[in-house]
Design a protein around this ligand. Structure first.
Ligand SMILES: Cc1cc2nc3c(=O)[nH]c(=O)nc-3n(C[C@H](O)[C@H](O)[C@H](O)COP(=O)(O)OP(=O)(O)OC[C@H]3O[C@@H](n4cnc5c(N)ncnc54)[C@H](O)[C@@H]3O)c2cc1C
Ligand code: FES
Length: 253
């Protein structure tokens, strides 16, 4: 690992959102300055029981010198991160990966699903002042709801019931969109990509992948990029996580 990517151990501030989600924050002015919307960090709790488990987590918010992460409690790695208490130590390296391209004077649709919300929250702040931005968020249950212009929910009752892809179709009926940015489960990203391709709308997606090193060394996170007859593999942690949706060979995902 080079000097730029030294692993730091920093005290965290934690905030409980609900039984599934926590926001954890660290103060580090040098790193905060480098963060761009779409970047992620590799994080792990310094608690002994969770050694070895670095997890890729997107930058959620940068406020001055404070970097925040929104984390869903899922398996052992994310559990250990969610169990951190204010003052505990977090080990981290980053920021990693590429970032969303920024534009101006465009009508933009942001589409997030589940833990795809954090990078798009940061992107919204970066785009809001110079574009018309509308955000759609897809939740499974009421626990996965985060602030957005429209929230679609699969289980339980909600004003907008169903998959967020239904929200996209309805929005595209009533608005002329130049650009779509999306982050969420692969199935959702594939659907977003198909919807946009059919209408000639450019889309950028931040891809999910199982990651080991997070820095481009192990090739454990590759996805096929190109076209179905001629493609190569690119690393989600290095060339991504943000890709032009049209460049991904979705049939092979
Ligand atoms: C670039 C990137 C950014 C991410 N940003 C965030 C974030 O901001 N907040 C957040 O809460 N999570 C985020 N994640 C997902 C997070 O890294 C995983 O949820 C976490 O690694 C799960 O580890 P675990 O040890 O808790 O669970 P595990 O035991 O590893 O997994 C629990 C379950 O989740 C599934 N799973 C785990 N990781 C992935 C994955 N990458 N893709 C698809 N399915 C998976 C497993 O199949 C299993 O069913 C991000 C992932 C990537 C690649
Ligand atoms: S996680 Fe090792 S190359 Fe991407």
């Amino acid at each position: 690992m080079n000097q730029e990517l030294a692993c730091l151990s920093l005290a965290v501030k934690t905030e409980r959102i609900n039984e599934l989600y926590r926001v954890i924050s660290v103060e580090e002015p040098g790193l905060a300055k480098k963060c761009r919307a779409g970047n992620f960090f590799e994080l792990r709790s310094s608690a002994v029981s969770s050694r070895k488990l670095f997890k890729p987590i997107s930058v959620y918010r940068v406020d001055g010198s404070e970097i925040s992460f929104l984390i869903k409690r899922l398996g052992p790695g994310s559990e250990a991160l969610c169990d951190l208490k204010t003052g505990d130590l977090l080990e981290l390296y980053g920021p990693l990966g590429n970032s969303f391209p920024l534009v101006s004077d465009a009508h933009i649709l942001l589409v997030s699903g589940g833990v795809g919300y954090p990078p798009l929250a940061g992107l919204k702040s970066a785009l809001d002042s110079s574009n018309h931005v509308f955000s759609l968020h897809g939740a499974t249950t009421s626990l996965d709801r985060f602030p957005a212009d429209e929230i679609w929910q699969i289980e339980g009752s909600s004003e907008h019931q169903g998959f967020v892809t239904e929200g996209i179709l309805q929005y595209l009926e009533r608005a002329s969109v130049d650009l779509v940015y999306a982050c969420g489960p692969s199935a959702m990203l594939k659907a977003v990509s198909m919807i946009c391709a059919a209408r000639g709308i450019r889309a950028y997606v931040s891809m999910e992948a199982y990651m080991a090193c997070g820095i481009g060394a192990c090739h454990g996170c590759v996805i096929p990029v190109g076209d179905a007859s001629s493609y190569d593999y690119q690393r989600v942690c290095k060339e991504g996580p943000v890709f032009d949706a049209a460049s991904i060979v979705w049939e092979l995902i």
